[in-house]
Ligand binder design. Structure first.
Ligand SMILES: Nc1nc2c(c(=O)[nH]1)N[C@H]1C(S)=C(S)[C@@H](COP(=O)(O)OP(=O)(O)OC[C@H]3O[C@@H](n4cnc5c(N)ncnc54)[C@H](O)[C@@H]3O)O[C@H]1N2
Ligand code: MOO
Length: 399
């Protein structure tokens, strides 16, 4: 049986490139940028007022002038209104372009307005309450590089430079297959011996976080139908995610059916818990991730193996691994890498702490809703002391 590190390496040796495509920027959430985005003009594009109040020439303040005649009011978006004299000001709003004839903005809180005049109540610093033109980014400067996953902040930057269409990495077409006669659809009523096929929807929801719409198919435990349906999927999809039917059971037909369909088995079984029966294979058109059916095992394998494969296939800029400190002692006997479900929080010292979530094995998964990460406890030890740091695979933060 191979180790987790060997499994990861083999999976990352089988990344694919699906090319690029153009999408509308406001439909690009979760996608991966495949071009550089540059500032189309200076950001901010003008000397921008940052507080509502009045704009004056500092020269007037230096001459100890305290009372300024209000010449006009300038809203954000208005053409700048100029002042001529040192004792004149304009009422000016946050976001307005500062007129060239003034250089300092005084907040409403620091003045009193009376009879068309503003009286300054506090000390003033020259150039206060302004963001200077080009101080964020200069025209032509790169603001986003390829390999960035498009999140809400990235969308706002793209919008600010007027890029309505974007080149992004094309994403794979993914199908999620479940098998097992004990599984019924969520809308059906299970018999006393059946359950609803929740894993398929969990995997679909995880894909959605990456901008992928996964199709769902269910196949009965029938060798011929499994082969026929999987054969069709191999023609029409780039990635097949399978949940269940891959271990030692009499009706676990999937590994053999995949081999019969010329899907080359890259590995079957990994030294880990949960997820030991994980199977991975490749075909000239597709890659196949066959996850163990126990829900926590499918969830963990998706996070630990599929997501890194997807990120590498889409050339996402790699991120540094994240470590957290165990908040409790943990004992684990088998010589397997142990992915323990944890909750995360920061201590007052700013240390990321991982508190184990009490569970009941990988078949019971009510506790997944409480879980924020898996902590990776290496297979060469059986005791893990509180206070030691280990790598975590967190999934409640953005992807
Ligand atoms: N003799 C052995 N038995 C088992 C072994 C083993 O090494 N030797 N490994 C165990 C481990 S670990 C796991 S995990 C499971 C994995 O088995 P399969 O991948 O074949 O999964 P199934 O048997 O089909 O299902 C397991 C469990 O998960 C439920 N399931 C399956 N699909 C779904 C779904 N879409 N939604 C919700 N729940 C699902 C299924 O009903 C079973 O309860 O094998 C152990 N056995
Ligand atoms: O993979 Mo299994 O999940 O250890 O139960």
């Amino acid at each position: 049986m191979i180790t987790v590190q060997q499994a990861e390496k083999l999976i990352l040796e089988n990344t694919r490139d699906y090319g690029n495509e153009i999408v509308l920027f406001d439909e690009a959430l979760g996608r991966v940028l495949a071009e550089e985005i540059r500032a189309d003009r200076d950001l901010p594009p003008f000397n921008r007022v940052t507080m509502d109040g009045i704009a004056v020439k500092y020269e007037g303040i230096a001459q100890n002038i305290k009372t300024f005649k209000i010449k006009a009011t300038q809203a954000a978006g208005d053409e700048p209104v100029h002042v001529n004299a040192n004792d004149e000001c304009i009422e000016i709003m946050t976001g307005a372009a500062l007129p060239e004839s003034v250089d300092t903005v005084i907040r409403y809180e620091d003045i009193k307005i009376d009879d068309g005049k503003a009286i300054v109540l506090t000390d003033i610093v020259q150039g206060q309450n302004l963001h200077l033109k080009g101080s964020d980014k200069q025209k032509g400067e790169i603001i986003l590089t390829p390999g960035r996953r498009i999140n809400p902040a990235v969308i706002s930057l793209i919008a600010s430079v007027g890029e309505t269409e974007l080149r992004v990495k094309r994403i794979p077409r993914v199908v999620i297959l479940s098998s097992g006669d004990e599984l019924v659809d969520v809308s059906d009523t299970p018999s006393p011996y059946q359950i609803r096929r929740s894993n398929s929807y969990m995997l679909q929801a995880m894909l959605a976080q990456y901008g992928i719409k996964g199709a769902i198919r269910h196949i009965p435990d029938d060798e011929a139908i499994i082969k026929q349906q999987m054969g069709l999927c191999l023609q029409h999809y780039d990635v097949i995610l399978i949940s269940g039917g891959i271990s030692m059971g009499k009706f676990d037909y999937i590994p053999q059916a995949l081999r019969d369909l010329q899907v080359e088995q890259v590995f079957h079984k990994v030294q880990q818990r949960p997820g030991k029966p994980f199977w991975f294979g490749k075909h000239h058109n597709a890659v196949v991730f066959a996850f163990p059916g126990n829900p926590v095992a499918s969830f963990m394998c998706m996070q630990r193996y599929f997501v890194p494969w997807l990120n590498a296939s889409l050339r996402v800029q790699p991120k540094e691994p994240v470590y957290a400190v165990l908040a409790d002692d943990v004992k684990f006997q088998p010589a397997l890498e142990y992915y323990l479900q944890v909750k995360l929080h920061y201590s007052v010292e700013g240390q990321l702490l991982a508190t184990p979530v009490v569970g009941n094995g990988s078949g019971d998964f009510a506790n997944l809703a409480e879980t924020e990460a898996f902590i990776e406890l290496p297979s060469d030890k059986n005791e893990f002391k509180k206070g030691k740091a280990y790598k975590i695979w967190s999934f409640n933060s953005n992807p």
